[in-house]
Design a protein around this ligand. Structure first.
Ligand code: TYD
Length: 138
């Protein structure tokens, strides 16, 4: 997690099966994304101006998809920062372990779907930015 940088995080184009009645996008763990999916959660009903995240993880891989609407993701490895705009349900943002992230500028009615490599574990969170910086320096 220490050596991972924002450049290890990238957009993964997903498939889109299109027909007259709409689209389907399929995500299969260890197939079109590089980890097995053990948990899915989604953020919705996000009030205007709110931001989410504001933490890093020791071991967790995540894929964030704008299942509806749009929002921005700030990635920070302690040295470099990158802002990614998500606005399509057929693209996912891979976030590797050891990256501080903040989600912000959610459009009204947006849905942020997150696929995660592990079940929820508070011990895997780094919630203090100064602690995060220290860990990345060691
Ligand atoms: P948190 O990860 O801090 O939210 P975000 O990164 O979106 O701002 O989680 C918010 C609350 O939800 C916190 O009390 C922990 C709880 N939670 C779970 O119980 N299970 C989960 O899988 C997640 C992601 C959060």
């Amino acid at each position: 997690m220490k050596e991972n940088s924002v450049y290890d995080c990238h957009i993964i184009p997903l498939n889109k099966i299109h027909n007259r009645a709409g689209n389907i996008t399929v995500i299969e763990g260890n197939n079109n994304i590089p980890f097995e999916v053990r948990r899915i959660y989604y953020l919705y009903d996000i009030p205007a101006g709110a931001s989410r995240g504001g933490h890093a993880h020791y071991d967790l891989y995540q894929l964030i998809v704008a299942a509806g609407g749009s929002f921005n993701v700030l990635l920070d490895d302690g040295e470099n920062k990158k802002i990614i705009s998500l606005n399509r349900p057929d693209f996912g943002l891979l976030i590797v372990p050891g990256i501080w992230r903040e989600l912000f500028e959610f459009s009204s009615g947006s849905v942020s779907m997150v696929l995660a490599s592990h079940k929820y574990d508070e011990e895997d969170y780094i919630r203090d930015y100064m602690d995060f910086k220290q860990l990345k320096l060691k």
